[in-house]
Write a protein that binds this ligand. Structure first.
Ligand SMILES: [Zn+2]
Length: 214
């Protein structure tokens, strides 16, 4: 091996990494053009470096690595967003199911009572907490023995209840002044299976001394 060759052998790794001065680079380039031994060594070093780069990503591959990581993060975010959307959809559906389905009303679901207050009698229909009631109603005259109108009858039918998010029991009431010419009032609630709840204001009006009846 020529003296020049041993010098070139020594600097080839640096030359490969562009870490030699311009003069040295020119010297190495010219030598490689005329020396097959050094060219062979140069090719060997170059292919070895390529294998190294393939095995461990260097700065040249950073952009690709960052892109891959970004894609991975984007996919993960998409999955999280999709999961959150799914959870909300399920909750919303559950809420609709909870409030949207109507159930037949039995006497366990409601209570009917009568009370007197300030010259009025009231009939009160109460619904359990967390239930909301829907129904249709009709009002008819109530006749006494002489076929005179003495009061009215309110009939509730087609009762259904829905679950609701209200915490308190809901109630509705019908009032009638005791001094009215037709003070009698009764409420009839038609329930499932021909079950009927019925109450009249006489149940509270009598102790007060109202003479009128049906
Ligand atoms: Zn040489």
């Amino acid at each position: 091996m020529k003296k020049e060759c041993s010098v070139v052998f020594d600097v080839l790794p640096l030359y490969l990494e562009n870490m030699v001065s311009e003069d040295t680079a020119v010297f190495v380039r010219e030598h490689l053009e005329n020396c097959s031994d050094c060219t062979a060594e140069f090719e060997r070093l170059k292919s070895g470096r390529q294998i190294d780069e393939a095995e461990t990503p260097q700065s040249g591959h950073d952009a690709e690595v960052i892109t891959a990581v970004k894609k991975k993060i984007a996919r993960r975010i998409f999955k999280i967003v999709a999961a959150v959307c799914l959870i909300f959809a399920v909750l919303f559906s559950a809420m609709l199911l909870y409030t949207g389905i109507s159930y037949p009303v039995t006497r366990d679901n409601i209570s009917l009572s009568a009370k007197a207050d300030g010259g009025y009698t009231y009939i009160v229909l109460e619904t359990k907490a967390g239930k909301s009631l829907s129904f249709e109603s009709k009002t008819e005259d109530v006749l006494n023995d002489q076929n005179e109108v003495c009061g009215r009858r309110i009939t509730l039918y087609h009762l259904k209840y829905h679950n609701s998010f209200t915490k308190n029991a809901s109630s509705m009431s019908w009032g009638r002044p005791l001094q009215d010419e037709e003070p009698y009032m009764e409420v009839v609630v038609e329930l499932e299976n021909d079950d009927i709840l019925q109450i009249s204001n006489e149940e509270v009006a009598r102790p007060v001394g109202s003479g009128n009846g049906k």
